[in-house]
Design a protein around this ligand. Structure first.
Ligand code: C2E
Ligand code: MG
Ligand code: MG
Length: 962
């Protein structure tokens, strides 16, 4: 069974056995294929039958051949040669006679000068010989020998040789050569067949000799008949012949008869011929014997040659005839024997061919059989090898499968244990069967927590209704460690698709989630104080808003808190100190509310508090007071105490609000209200505040339009000498001629202008107007006798503007006045600390020639010692120290102290806000030399001013052209 994992990432189970493994060692042995139409097992039988049958037939043929061999007796070719020899000897018989006769004449008659009868006789012999030798039976060497004889005879006959005797002997010698050549023709080879041999022996050994000797004897007898006597020589010769013939005349001896008997028994057809031969042989023997008797008597008894010789000759001729007959008979016998023999031979040849055929068939059959047997054996052997190979292959495959399984198991283990994922195998009940280290590290063996909340999904998985499911889990281990897992549980089924087990893998996303959490926390919290930032606070507020919607009777409160003049702390003590103060403030705020309440930092020095539940307005006022009290304690940084005060705006939230943001907005408005009341306090939002803030909004819009509509104009308040009451300068004060509201004073719109970025264009207008006015006055000849200062108020935002310096210089130059004519009033709240940007700008402005006055001096935090480093030309003592109740000086000691300080720094002092003579006198007595206030004059138009101080403006002054 091969388990498979459902889903996209299949995992093979470690215990899986492969269905089939074909190893690289599998041996494939080819088995000979059955080929041909005859089945293989038949071929073996056919071979065997073929071999057996042909063996039997071969045996029969061999027997037949043996029988025929026995019947034929000897070699047929030998027999044929014997027959040729016999025929030859018959032909030679005459030749021998002639040659002998010729030789005898020459030997006997030696002299070539013989009588013509002899010569003609020799010539006749010669003709006879020639006829013989040129016959077809003669061989070449006989012919050659004959030609030599012929030539020698011709030579001898012509008698050209001096010695005719010698010539004759040459002829004789040639004849003897011819004779020898003729005789050589009878030489036969040995014949193993005795009968044939014997027969041939007899024929050649006896018959020619007998013929020869008979002929010889006939010649001697004839010679003796002719001469009438037998010479001694003839007698001797005859004696020799007798001796020679004595043993040879009987042909019945030497086994001839045996031979003939043998031939007779073999060939019945030869019987008559053999019998005749026997008879002839007997006749020859008889005639020979007769001759021998006669010739012997002639030799012995020297009988009268006539009668005796005739008898001898007769007997010799009779013997010759008998011999010839024997020869002919034998020839006949041989011929017939040859015919028979050739027939046997042919028959034997046929048997031989048949035997050969049978032998071949036997061989083929045997080969077929043997080959088949061998092939069968080989095939069996191959089958054996193949079986062995298959067995080995299977064994190897098994081993390999085992190895592969082990390897797979090891690999699985390595992957399983080394995986960065947590992996566990769960059985159908959800119990952990196996789990890797990562898995155990998170879940230990707690299967219930693995699938916590996923029971339904797991059940569906195990019912095969789904392949996998995924979920994210927050795990809290027993040791208190927490982890986040991103898990996938996938199903493993068998081949039939039946659920077997499940594989649970998870990615540990703890780090990811904690990073996310941190990021989210960082995103939602203020880095400095650790408090929720605006984002989180607003989100909490929205949640609260939603909750209250559900419970309409519930009340909550939003506190908007702004630290008063915090910017001063930052600029005077440094950012680090500012951060420290903010941290302390945050802690104090947090401590002043309930744990469930939310304290957030909205930005720089702005904080907000959400009081989740209040019983009534008094409750929230209590909280605000607690907070103010907590803030009132000084914050100690290093060796100094820093006092901080908040302005708190409170909006009571209820279901009446449409949007959460509205509560926030109202708290903000209330805070501004509190701040406008001097700070360090709280204000509860009411509808008037909202109206006012709406008004502010309208004002902002109107302000933007006012610049273009030329609704702004300047009034000038004189600055006079307390010594002689003369005009020393004036302060340019901005007025807005609002189309609906009429005259609007700068305190009502400048703070807003500073906040909305409109302070810069308004500032440009003020500088331009003041310079133009001054230039006009100067052009008209004013202040020719005495120095005149034109004081222009510069707001903090203007100073911060990078283009301010350039704008100022440009306006001054274009107006036709000099920087020394202008005194720039900078309120003390713009802290003039060494090293700040403002400080650098003010220094640069002074370097250009402008005079600098610190306005509202004494109200800010910049202590007098900064004046050591920060050079100014004038200090303007704030109105609050001067104008007291009932026209008295508000705080004479302070005024005096300030005067003393200013003197020590060699700075000109202007007292502001003098409304009464008392105040004027006190100030004058305190040493103040310059003053400004309603006592002298309100801010007035240029015309009014020049009318007021004609002596300063010289002749009748004219107003500045528009
Ligand atoms: P400040 O610079 O201290 O100006 C003097 C203010 O005191 C003027 O009010 C003036 O009318 C008023 N004042 C003078 N003598 C007396 C007096 O005897 N009794 C009383 N009660 N008040 C007196 P104003 O014109 O309403 O200006 C208020 C503030 O608005 C100014 O205070 C100044 O800070 C600002 N301001 C006025 N004009 C401009 C301007 O052109 N540019 C800028 N940036 N600020 C301006
Ligand atoms: Mg001023
Ligand atoms: Mg002032």
């Amino acid at each position: 069974m091969t388990p498979e994992v459902a889903g996209s990432s299949p995992v093979s189970h470690p215990k899986t056995h492969p269905k089939q493994v074909v190893g690289p060692f599998q041996v494939k042995v080819p088995v000979p294929m059955e080929s041909g139409r005859i089945p293989r097992h038949w071929r073996e039988t056919i071979g065997l039958i073929l071999a057996a049958c042909s063996a039997v037939l071969l045996l029969l043929a061999a027997l037949q051949i043996a029988r025929l061999n026995a019947e034929a007796g000897g070699d047929i070719s030998m027999l044929a040669r014997e027959r040729v020899a016999i025929e030859y000897s018959r032909d030679l018989r005459t030749l021998f006679v002639d040659v002998e006769g010729f030789r005898r004449y020459l030997a006997l008659h030696g002299d070539p000068h013989m009588d013509p009868a002899v010569r003609s006789k020799i010539d006749g012999e010669m003709r006879h010989l020639r006829a013989l030798t040129v016959g077809p039976a003669q061989s070449l060497d006989v012919l050659i020998s004959w030609q030599a004889v012929d030539h020698a005879w011709a030579t001898a006959r012509r008698g050209r040789r001096p010695s005719s005797g010698r010539a004759t002997s040459v002829v004789v010698r040639r004849i003897e050569d011819l004779y020898a050549a003729l005789e050589d023709k009878s030489g036969l080879m040995y014949d193993p067949y005795r009968n044939s041999q014997n027969l041939a022996d007899i024929i050649f050994a006896k018959v020619p000799g007998a013929i020869n000797e008979a002929a010889h004897s006939d010649l001697i007898a004839e010679n003796a008949v002719r001469s009438g006597t037998i010479t001694i020589a003839e007698r001797n010769e005859l004696a020799v012949l007798l001796h020679l013939t004595s043993s040879d005349y009987d042909l019945s001896t030497d086994g001839l008869s045996e031979v003939l008997a043998d031939a007779r028994s073999h060939d019945p057809s030869l019987r008559s011929a053999i019998d005749r031969t026997r008879a002839d042989s007997a006749a020859y023997s008889r005639d020979g014997t007769a001759f021998r008797v006669l010739a012997g008597a002639a030799v012995r008894d020297r009988i009268h040659p006539a009668g005796d010789v005739a008898a001898i000759r007769r007997s010799a001729q009779q013997a010759l005839a008998a011999a010839s007959r024997v020869n002919d008979d034998l020839l006949g016998i041989f011929d017939r024997s040859l015919v028979r023999r050739s027939y046997i031979e042919k028959l034997r040849d046929r048997y031989l061919y048949a035997a050969l055929l049978f032998a071949a068939t036997f061989l083929v059959g045997t080969l077929l059989f043997v080959a088949e047997v061998l092939v069968r054996r080989e095939r069996d052997a191959l089958r054996q090898v193949q079986r062995e190979a298959a067995r080995l292959s299977a064994e190897l495959a098994l081993q390999k499968a085992d190895r592969a399984l082990r390897l797979s198991e090891a690999q699985f283990r390595a992957v399983f244990e080394g995986a960065a994922l947590g992996i566990a195998i769960l059985d159908r009940a959800g119990t952990i069967l196996d789990a890797n280290a990562v898995f155990r590290g998170v879940f230990a063996d707690d299967a219930t927590s693995v699938l916590a909340g996923q029971e339904e999904n797991f059940a569906e998985l195990m019912r095969g209704e789904r392949d996998l499911f995924e979920f994210e889990q927050h795990v809290l281990s027993g040791a208190g460690n927490e982890a986040w897992t991103d898990s996938t549980v996938s199903l493993v089924t068998d081949e039939a698709g039946e659920p077997l087990f499940a594989i649970c893998t998870f990615r540990d996303v703890t780090q990811l989630r904690s990073n996310e959490r941190r990021m989210l926390h960082d995103m939602m919290h203020d880095a400095l104080t650790g408090l929720p930032n605006r984002l989180l606070f607003e989100s909490e507020l929205r949640e609260q808003f939603e909750r209250v919607k559900l419970a309409p009777d519930g009340l909550y409160a939003v506190l908007f808190i702004d630290l008063d003049r915090f910017k001063d702390i930052n600029e005077s003590l440094g950012r680090e100190a500012g951060d420290f103060v903010l941290g302390q403030v945050a802690q104090r705020m947090r401590a002043a509310v309930e744990p469930l309440d939310v304290v957030g930092r909205l930005g720089s020095d702005e904080f907000a508090v959400l009081i989740r539940s209040i019983s009534d307005v008094v409750h929230v006022e209590l909280v605000a007071r607690r907070m103010l009290a907590a803030m009132a304690k000084p914050i100690v940084l290093r060796d100094r105490s820093i006092f901080i005060s908040p302005s708190i705006g409170i909006a009571v939230g209820s279901s009446a609000y449409d949007r959460a943001e509205d509560a926030m907005r109202d708290a903000d408005i209330a805070m501004r209200y509190a701040k406008s009341g001097g700070g360090s306090g709280f204000a509860l939002f009411d509808s008037k505040m909202y109206a006012r803030s709406q008004k502010r909004l309208e004002l902002t819009t109107d302000m933007r339009l006012a610049i273009d509509r030329n609704e702004f104009f300047m009034l000038y308040q004189p600055i006079v000498s307390l010594v002689d009451g003369s005009l020393c300068g004036c302060e340019a004060l901005l007025r807005w001629n609002h189309p609906l509201d009429g005259l609007v004073l700068p305190n009502d719109f400048m703070p807003l202008a500073e906040k909305t970025g409109l302070a810069k264009p308004i500032g440009r207008f003020v500088v331009h107007a003041a310079c133009t006015q001054l230039a006009a006055w100067k052009r008209s000849g004013a202040f020719s006798r005495r120095a005149f200062a034109m004081n222009v108020n510069i707001s903090a935002t203007e100073l911060e503007d990078a283009d301010f310096e350039t704008m100022l210089l440009k306006t001054v130059r274009q107006s036709g006045v000099v920087p020394e004519d202008l005194t720039l009033e900078i309120t003390e709240s713009v802290v003039l600390e060494t090293g700040t940007r403002t400080n650098a700008i003010v220094n640069r402005l002074r370097a250009h020639g402008f005079k600098v006055c610190i306005d509202d001096f004494g109200t800010g935090y910049s202590s007098l010692r900064y004046l050591q480093q920060f050079k100014v030309d004038t200090l303007k003592i704030d109105r609050s120290f001067v104008a007291g109740a009932d026209g008295e000086v508000a705080s004479e000691p302070i005024v005096r102290t300030l005067m003393t300080l200013a003197e020590s720094f060699d700075v000109r002092v202007v007292a502001e806000g003098i409304e009464t003579q008392v105040q004027r006198d006190v100030l004058r007595n305190a040493g103040c030399r310059y003053a400004q206030g309603f006592y002298f004059s309100h801010a007035v138009s240029p015309q009014e001013l020049s009318a007021m101080y004609p002596e300063a403006f010289g002749k009748a002054p004219r107003p500045a052209s528009a």
